[in-house]
Design a protein around this ligand. Structure first.
Ligand SMILES: *Cc1c(COP(=O)(O)O)cnc(C)c1O
Length: 221
């Protein structure tokens, strides 16, 4: 099946999940995750109306930037090395993966140089899985308080990556936790939900879904 058909089916599933939760599906954004996807295939999804694309590696992202139309909005969704911040500053819509203080400082410094205020999401490891990046819920309050003193960083919300499980119901508590944290700190955006669990994420309040496999087919990440 082609990318366009996949997108149509995904949209129907999002609509159904939103309806179950009494939410407006228009408030839920699909970010097409294009890592290891070639440009012609990415263009199909852009032609089908997706303008938000996510990548987890800086070099892959910047390589593709020049080959795709300028209306594309790029999202950095993966663990970001401090020494790579300079390559994306001023070129990405949102950094989803702010997960440590020295990265925040570097983003602030680089954004300041360019005279921009960089929108970010703070990554929270709500499942506590050892292999995942992100702050613990307990670390979040102090981290957010410290971020408030960085003039060139704008915190827009929270992001989490749920563990991969066979039954997505099992990750519902981790999405719910993220929503409650965002509410508590008055943050608007929730980036959560991937191919395996996006319907549960929608039911729990996600407004940015990061979708790769369900759109483009499976890759070896
Ligand atoms: C790869 C990736 C995704 C997309 O995963 P799928 O399961 O293929 O939808 C989402 N978020 C992050 C951070 C990723 O690295």
């Amino acid at each position: 099946m082609g990318v366009r058909e996949n997108l149509q089916q995904v949209q129907e599933r999002i609509n159904a999940a939103a309806a179950r939760a009494g939410r407006d599906p228009a408030q839920i954004k699909i970010i097409a995750v294009t890592k290891q996807v070639q440009v012609p295939e990415i263009k199909e999804v852009v032609d089908a109306g997706i303008v938000d694309l996510g990548e987890n590696r800086v070099r892959e992202m910047t390589g593709k930037m020049t080959e795709l139309p300028p209306e594309v909005r790029w999202h950095m969704i993966g663990h970001l090395q401090t020494n790579k911040v300079k390559y994306i500053m001023g070129r990405v819509e949102l950094i989803h993966s702010l997960d440590r203080w020295n990265l925040a400082e570097e983003i602030d410094r680089r954004a300041g140089k360019l005279g921009v205020k960089m929108p970010v999401l703070v990554q929270v490891n709500t499942s506590g899985e050892k292999s995942k990046f992100g702050l613990s819920s307990g670390e979040l309050p102090d981290f957010l308080a410290a971020l408030a003193d960085l003039p060139n960083v704008a915190v827009k919300g929270l992001m989490t990556i749920a563990p991969y499980v066979d039954n997505p119901e099992e990750v519902r508590p981790f999405f719910r936790e993220l929503r409650l944290l965002a509410q508590k700190f008055n943050l608007k955006h929730l980036s959560m939900g991937m191919t395996n669990d996006f319907e549960v994420a929608v039911e729990e309040g996600a407004d940015m879904l990061r979708l790769g496999t369900v759109l483009f087919g499976s890759r070896i990440y």
